[in-house]
Design a protein. Structure first.
Lengths: 1132, 139
């Protein structure tokens, strides 16, 4: 942290103190820092977000004042009512959902949830018999420690509280913080059986009384007291719990490190051996790396113990930690310091409190035992399944009948429970190879696939005056950090030891002080922070939307303007934004037309700029206007626009100058430009020439995948610098050089939409598609002036990025706009070997301005184990993620080299990985083509990629279409990319309720997935193919009469209309089932896939059959042939 | 006459050395995040052509003055420079493209290349210096 920042902090603190003093009275009345759940559905597109917010900080933020503590009493109350509604996602949440400020009963409730919901380690204690009092212990320790503190060296558990106590005890006079006093009150309250300790002596007695008197206080006491009412001495032995609970309530900085240091949440080692190894190695590492001896030891312990303590089941038979140590070989390298400290630890404990050792042993060991057991068992079973060699040539039905799920990293279940949802953050190898050499041997790409801004149904939002981050690498605190003690945490990315700030000590969820490890930040791998003003370079921008329409003759011919204006009119009120939302319009043909929407005008005024060589903005102030204040004028314009140019004969298109004008208009604020273009830009800057040669379409040679000019790229970078994103809608019948035009969106973090041969009359299906997609586009969530940073544990480094953005510096992605439908991918390499690590973590942090003008940070953290053997690497391979990453790499390759190079590279990826597996992992060389079970679908998916529009050869693919598919590969989240590559096929004419899902009282049949082969189709069936953005319902010629009449609502096969895209809602069981199934598929994705109902003679049949990727086509191999080809290469 | 050739080469070589150092400094600034990719690349692209020309001139001069050894030494580097300049795809913003530089380890390879060139130019510098002194003595 820079000195300025520090001084800033100090200033803050002082202000805070002052503020508090003046505000003393209200604070007492309301418990400070409680999390309040509030519903904010308007803001979040999807319902049901859980929003935590700290009352105090909220106000801060609003006031932009650094004074951290002031909050208005009304805040908690007002929200508290809504809380119950919020919670549903977690059953346990429901309980712990106590709201705001209340009572005994709520607190009691809370306890239950505490067990289930909170950090796993804690649960065991509260759950187990011996530990029954554990939760309360949290409070008692304070006393103990306080009492003991004078003695010096403590066991870890006890000490941290001491520290805080000390601070507090000194503080009261000068710093009467609500929480602090209340905290003290806790202490005294629970401690009541005990004589006042040194702590209470120090504290200012009135404080505690006050607390007791305060409404919040007594309940707390009560709730805790009950359990705690167990004899006071009991609490003492429990104190060591602290550590296990959240691992590292380490030793006090002063005292000698204790014998048993519970530790971090670093993942549970898969098995004992691994644990020991890593522990030992970690030690070595720590010594070498550490500058501070104490810290090193702590960290060591923490890491070592982490997995162990994390176990939820305390088992009665405790393997001794000591034993563990002795088993753990390789202590020779121990730093003398460590040995000293570890040994003295025990004596220290005994000296200070006799009970400690026993207690601690009880807690730790059980954990150890079970952990090992379960982990190794898990590993075993996984091993059997994931590594089972599969002979691909013999396995006829390779495809599972249900959708493939992401593999679960082999982490301890408690850590895995906290891990990031694979839909948001996915790694190609869920077991990270320890060294680059190992990675190279595996011949599999290492990378991450992200979908960071996905619409989530439940997202914890934290409002807090300080966002806790590592001081050296700026990582946000996350569930995988280790707490060395209550006051310090160790970064899981750079291993620096950081202080826990004062505010973080209080856990607003449980309203307990001294539990930083139970804060929502440390309980959720996906979390959103409300960013304070330090995260703003300028005040948050208003949402600004600019629409740029092509109105040349060609554009008017397609009739798109009607659809777009109508959709825009319908959704004008749904545009994300607030009262500040601004909107503007530009149209262009060979000139540029601006529309003045000044208040007071009776109708919009059109301003024509014909000088396209040197574009200027006439009267800039009235071109972008407030949406709410000028809504009528805007509606008038949208109604008039489609008719204004019907007589236009201008065929030229000055897209370049129009974009320049749009950029100039937007650059003061930033925002989103939506460009609708229907032809090749022909005049002014950025004019392009047709490069496609229709005869060459089928060959992979000499096709122009690279942009022909750098104009659009430069403009995109200018846009990116001014926080402007450009989204391109290309509706074009002829070649429009998407390769060049696409750059404008690609580098400004926009998105590209392509509607081939759009025509309002001739192509009604495209019209509907545009309507639906435009509606989604207009109403979806949007983040402005965003940046994203992806961090990973020291030793790993990101070397290539895929997606639509500009990489501003080594790990910073500049995203002028971010939308929930965009996915990103990165490739990584292992720079330094990860010898000392059991786990590695990845964190993506997306800082953006919401459409409501709030600055927010969305953080996702993922933790994965490190492995040392090749078989483990294969075991953890995530075949979908690998395919996704390979597709991205192949797009890059086809642009930088040639398409055929890219195709070869894809095939080689399969050959290399399978032959590496064959030679290095398989002990018995079997005939045939063997693949590990985890990769058994790899050849199939790669074949699917080769047959996908982006990479296929031999068929007549238009260049623009091919490039559009490439854009999609780069920009789609993995789920949709996989559907696009390898669609799902279901038979739907015989749907039954067997095995059906029940969602919201609807029964959704779950037909099995079929392989994509015509062989699976039967003439007397009906099949649904779900290809992500489009669905096909193929009706066989002899399809059952009942299906045709009861689902399609037509009398017979012959009368099924040619362009049917909707299923009628009929009152028959079959119809209800089919519709339920299709709408269930649709609901799972943000866009609206159009359903084409096709018969044998439909023109779309070819697109349906093209997706039958296991079959042979004129130019491509069938799946079996492909396997034979691979086998030949592998066995070479 | 010979001395004049080498004096010129020496000056030219000094300029190339400075240019290499400038490349290295700018690239490492980018590595350390002191400047952004856009400004780094526009700075560097400006000097790509002068570098190509500067080096080509020395190479041609050596050919003309019939210093075969030095010419052959310079030839690969000069060829590489020209090749690199010619092979820039038309959609890119120059040899250094801000959108690509952070991808596929390009930054590292640019850095390596600049280092190698610096070494090469230093070697040439001493060679020219020696030849110049030799030539002056002979004169």
């Amino acid at each position: 942290m820079s000195p300025e920042a520090v001084s800033h902090l100090i200033v803050k603190k002082i202000q805070l103190k002052n503020g508090l003093e003046t505000n003393k009275i209200p604070r007492k009345e309301i418990p400070r820092n409680n999390f309040v759940f509030r519903s904010d559905t308007q803001h979040w597109l999807s319902k049901g977000f859980v929003v935590f917010s700290l009352p105090g900080p909220v106000q801060n933020q609003l006031m932009h004042s650094p004074d951290g503590q002031g909050y208005s009493p009304s805040v908690p109350g007002s929200y508290s009512h809504q809380t119950p509604a919020k919670v549903p996602p977690h059953p346990s949440l429901g309980q712990y959902n106590y709201s705001g400020s209340q009572n005994v009963s709520q607190l009691n409730n809370y306890q239950g949830p505490g067990q289930t919901l909170n950090r796993p380690p804690v649960a065991p204690f509260s759950g187990s018999q011996q530990t029954g009092p554990a939760p309360q212990v949290l409070l008692p320790p304070l006393q103990n420690s306080a009492a003991i503190s004078s003695a010096g060296g403590f066991p870890p558990g006890a000490t941290p509280p001491v520290l805080s106590n000390w601070q507090y005890s000194q503080a009261p006079t000068s710093q009467p913080l609500g929480s602090q006093t209340s905290h003290l009150a806790h202490v005294t309250g629970t401690g009541s059986p005990q004589p006042p300790s040194s702590l209470s002596g120090n504290t200012n007695p009135p404080g505690s009384y006050q607390y007791a008197a305060s409404p919040g206080g007594p309940p707390l006491q009560n709730s805790y007291m009950k359990p705690g009412s167990a004899p006071p001495p009991v609490t003492q032995p429990l104190t060591p719990l602290h550590p296990p609970a959240r691992p590292p309530l380490g030793p006090p900085p002063v005292g000698g490190p204790p014998l048993i240091r519970p530790s971090a949440l670093t993942a549970g080692p898969p098995n004992t051996q691994a644990l020991l190894n890593s522990a030992a190695s970690r030690e070595g590492d720590a010594t070498s790396a550490a500058s501070d001896g104490a810290a090193v030891q702590n960290s060591y312990d923490a890491l070592e113990g982490g997995g162990l303590t994390a176990t939820p089941h305390p088992s009665p038979a405790p393997p001794n930690v000591k034993m563990n140590r002795s088993v753990g070989y390789s202590y020779p390298t121990l730093p003398p310091g460590y040995q000293n400290t570890s040994a003295p630890g025990a004596p220290g404990m005994q000296a200070s409190a006799l009970q400690y050792p026993d207690g601690s042993k009880h807690f730790h060991q059980p954990a150890l035992g079970t952990n090992h057991l379960s982990a190794s068992m898990g590993a075993l079973s996984l091993q059997q399944e994931g590594l089972r060699p599969v002979n691909l040539l013999q396995e006829r039905n390779i495809l599972p009948t249900t959708l493939l799920k992401a593999p679960v990293p082999n982490l301890h279940e408690d850590i895995q429970k906290l891990n990031c949802n694979p839909e948001l953050f996915r790694c190609t190898l869920t077991n990270i190879p320890q060294t680059q050499a190992l990675l190279n041997k595996a011949k599999l790409p290492l990378g991450l696939l992200l979908h960071p801004f996905k619409d989530l149904s439940q997202l914890p939002v934290v409002t807090s005056s300080t966002i806790v981050r590592c001081r050296s690498c700026r990582t946000y605190i996350n569930p995988f950090v280790s707490f060395l003690d209550q006051r310090r945490w160790k970064c899981n990315l750079c291993y620096r030891v950081n202080d826990v700030p004062e505010e973080f000590m209080y856990n607003p969820v449980t309203r307990v002080y001294g539990e930083p490890h139970k804060r929502p930040e440390v309980q959720n791998a996906t979390i959103e922070f409300m960013a304070p003003s330090e995260y703003m370079l300028r005040p948050p921008q208003p949402p600004v939307y600019l629409f740029v329409f092509d109105v040349s003759h060609n554009a008017i011919e397609t009739g798109y303007l009607n659809t777009v204006c109508q959709t825009l009119l319908d959704n004008l009120d749904l545009l994300p934004g607030n009262t500040r939302t601004k909107i503007g319009f530009i149209t262009f043909d060979s000139t540029i037309h601006f529309y003045s929407l000044q208040e007071g005008l009776s109708q919009p005024q059109m301003l024509i700029v014909s000088d396209i060589e040197d574009v200027f903005i006439p009267m800039p102030e009235n071109l972008l206007v407030n949406l709410n204040e000028n809504k009528e004028l805007i509606q008038d314009l949208l109604k008039a626009l489609p008719q204004m140019f019907t007589k236009s004969l201008e065929t030229h298109s000055a897209l370049g100058p129009a974009l320049q004008a749009a950029f100039k208009l937007m650059s003061p604020t930033g925002g989103r430009i939506s460009v609708f273009q229907t032809q090749l830009p022909s005049v002014g800057m950025g004019a392009l020439k047709a490069r496609e040669e229709p005869n060459q379409r089928a060959t992979a040679k000499d096709i122009h995948l690279t942009p022909s000019t750098d104009f659009y790229k430069k403009l995109a970078l200018d846009c990116s610098g001014q926080q402007v994103a450009v989204d391109l809608f290309l509706l074009s019948g002829q070649y429009s050089d998407l390769a060049s035009l696409g750059c404008i969106s690609r580098y400004s973090a926009g998105s590209v939409y392509y509607y081939q041969s759009y025509h309002h009359k001739h192509n009604p299906v495209q019209v509907e598609k545009l309507q639906k997609e435009l509606k989604r586009y207009l109403t979806r969530k949007i983040g402005f002036e965003a940046v994203m940073r992806i961090r990973c544990t020291k030793g790993l480094s990101i070397h290539t990025f895929h997606g639509n953005f500009f990489v501003r510096s080594t790990d910073l992605l500049s995203l002028p706009n971010v939308n929930p439908d965009a996915g990103y991918a990165v490739q990584m390499s292992v720079e330094e070997s990860l010898t000392d690590m059991q786990v590695v973590s990845f964190q993506s942090a997306l800082l953006y301005t919401s459409s409501k003008g709030e600055r927010r940070i969305r953080v996702h953290t993922m933790c994965l184990p490190v492995v040392t053997t090749l078989s483990d690497v294969y075991l953890g391979a995530d075949v979908q993620a690998i395919t996704g990453l390979l597709a991205n790499m192949a797009v890059d390759r086809s642009v930088s080299a040639t398409l055929s190079d890219a195709r070869d590279a894809l095939v080689n990826a399969v050959i290399d990985s399978l032959s590496a597996y064959r030679s290095a992992v398989l002990s018995i060389q079997q005939p045939g083509l063997t693949a590990p079970s985890s990769l058994r679908l790899f050849p199939l998916y790669v074949l699917a990629l080769l047959k996908q529009k982006a990479f296929q050869t031999g068929t007549n693919t238009r260049l623009d279409e091919r490039i559009f598919t490439m854009c999609q590969v780069k920009n789609q989240p993995l789920v949709y990319l996989m559907l696009m590559t390898h669609p799902s096929l279901y038979r739907v004419d015989n749907l039954t309720d067997e095995g059906a899902l029940n969602v919201n009282d609807r029964t959704i049949p779950q037909p099995p997935l079929l392989q994509l082969s015509v062989e699976k189709l039967s003439r007397d069936g009906a099949y649904l193919m779900d290809a992500g953005s489009v669905m096909f319902l193929w009706i066989g010629k002899n399809c059952g009469q009942s299906f045709i009449s009861q689902v399609l609502g037509v009398p017979n096969y012959g009368s099924i209309p040619q362009n049917m895209t909707h299923l009628p809602e009929l009152d028959t069981a079959e119809s209800i089932r089919t519709i339920a199934f299709i709408s269930w598929l649709r609901e799972q994705r943000p866009f609206f896939p159009i359903l084409y109902i096709i018969k044998d003679d439909s023109p779309l049949k070819s697109s349906f059959l093209q997706n039958m990727i296991e079959d042979r086509t004129e130019s491509a191999l069938s799946y079996y042939e492909f396997l034979l080809h691979i086998q030949q290469q592998v066995n070479k | 006459m010979e001395s004049v050739v080498f004096i010129f080469s020496l000056i030219d070589c000094c300029a190339l050395i400075f240019l290499s150092v400038y490349f290295i400094i700018t690239l490492s600034d980018l590595e350390c995040d002191y400047i952004n990719a856009r400004s780094c690349c526009s700075k560097l692209n400006k000097w790509v052509v002068p570098e190509v020309v500067g080096h080509a001139v020395v190479t041609v001069l050596m050919l003309i003055s019939l210093h075969w050894f030095i010419f052959l030494l310079n030839l690969p580097v000069a060829t590489w420079n020209i090749y690199r300049y010619i092979m820039v795809p038309c959609g890119n913003m120059g040899v250094f493209d801000p959108t690509e530089i952070h991808n596929r380890g390009q930054l590292k390879s640019h850095m390596k290349e600049a280092m190698i060139k610096l070494g090469f130019h230093l070697l040439c510098f001493f060679m020219y210096l020696y030849s110049m002194i030799l030539a002056l003595i002979n004169d």
